[in-house]
Ligand binder design. Structure first.
Ligand SMILES: Cc1ncc(COP(=O)(O)O)c(C=O)c1O
Length: 362
């Protein structure tokens, strides 16, 4: 670790670095191979839709000017799209930008932040950064156990965060289960439903925005344009909540956090939602094919409602990850726990299935 300058806050000095998924070029150099692909960050395999590319090209003429700091047109368009008022929507620099705002808004040192574990690795990072106390109910069969989360609520709980589907396990609970959960949580605790992979879920599980928001002022639903819409590099996510909650978290927004290109691309993606969902359907079909094939091969694979599959390999995680990487398939290991593999185009997925077919399953 490089030494630090000055006297950083204790929570910064002790903070582990965020580990992004390894780039394909890095794996090629490391292993002396060609044709590596990155299946480590749950990105979409395609570039922006043609209509979005065109809008971006036109807008690039205006990048000497700051973009609208409130992203008013985009908030209104998202509101109309998901069926809420514009003042119930805010946007951020990726949904992680909004998660950061939620921590800045609600977590004082010593406050408890409740999130099941294993889940998205920024939750412990921000908890530590704010000197909050992480409370982590265990998963049951790789899935969030909402009863265990309710049981862990205390007077000190300020924020509850639930990733649905959960990253990295891919499992999901229904909106009906969430409604019951919210009914058991005191209304002065903010509940964050992190739905980065919402579009990939079975619609029969319900839609939290129309079904829950009117009832629960303390609920915030986070979604992103990084996954289904394929705009990861532009960094744009959105939150939908009661107008009062949106106004509260807007207080901690970084000025101009959402750049102009991101606003344009997101507006274009909302307008082209049907085309986005055609791409999503390809990934959903491929995901189901991967889960079925891997199970036939003898691997244990939890049901996935996201654009990735998860192998709970425990101590075999690191060797299986390495085997895949040497074959040019860069996946995401959680050492000692499991391996997450992003679902991609059929030819990429076939490569994954072929390598795993050659390894003795658990
Ligand atoms: C559960 C979850 N939430 C949020 C994000 C962050 O997405 P964004 O690109 O919008 O910051 C991710 C990305 O991997 C994720 O897995």
């Amino acid at each position: 670790m490089t030494s630090m300058i000055g006297r950083p806050r204790a929570s910064v000095a002790e903070l582990p670095a965020y580990k992004p998924g390894k780039a394909a070029t890095e794996a090629e150099q490391e292993h002396g191979i060609a044709n590596a692909i990155k299946l480590a960050s749950n990105e979409g395999p395609w570039g922006p839709l043609p209509s979005v590319q065109e809008a971006l090209a036109t807008n690039s003429l205006a990048i000497n000017r700051y973009a609208d700091p409130r992203a008013a047109d985009l908030r209104a368009a998202i509101g109309q799209w998901v069926g809420v008022e514009a003042n119930q929507v805010t946007v951020g620099c990726g949904s992680v930008g909004l998660i950061q705002q939620l921590f800045l808004t609600y977590v004082d040192p010593g406050d408890e932040v409740l999130y099941p574990w294993i889940s998205f690795e920024v939750y412990p990072m921000f908890t530590q950064l704010m000197a909050g106390v992480a409370i982590n109910p265990e998963l049951s069969d790789h899935a969030v156990n909402l009863d265990a989360v309710v049981a862990a609520v205390s007077k000190k709980t300020k924020l509850i965060i639930l990733a649905n589907p959960n990253n990295p396990t891919g499992t999901a609970f229904s909106v009906r289960a969430m409604a019951k959960f919210l009914g058991s949580v005191p209304s002065d605790i903010v509940v964050v439903l992190d739905e980065a992979y919402h579009e990939f879920m079975d619609p029969a599980l319900g839609d939290s925005i129309p079904e829950l928001l009117a009832q629960f002022d303390n609920l915030v639903v986070l979604r992103t344009f990084s996954k289904a819409q394929g705009l990861a590099a532009l960094r744009i996510g959105y939150a939908v909540a009661s107008a009062a909650l949106v106004a509260t978290i807007d207080r901690t927004a970084l000025p101009f956090a959402v750049n102009g290109q991101a606003q344009v691309a997101a507006l274009g993606s909302v307008a082209a939602h049907d085309e986005v969902m055609e791409r999503v359907q390809i990934i959903r079909n491929e995901r189901d094919r991967m889960v079925a094939t891997l199970r036939q091969q003898g691997w244990t694979v939890p049901a996935s409602e996201a654009n990735f599959v998860y192998l709970p390999l425990a101590e075999r995680t690191t060797p299986v990850h390495l085997e895949l990487e040497k074959a040019g398939l860069v996946t995401r290991p959680f050492p000692g726990v499991g391996l997450r593999i992003t679902v991609s185009q059929p030819e990429d997925n076939d490569r994954v299935l072929a390598v795993l077919d050659g390894i003795e399953p658990d």
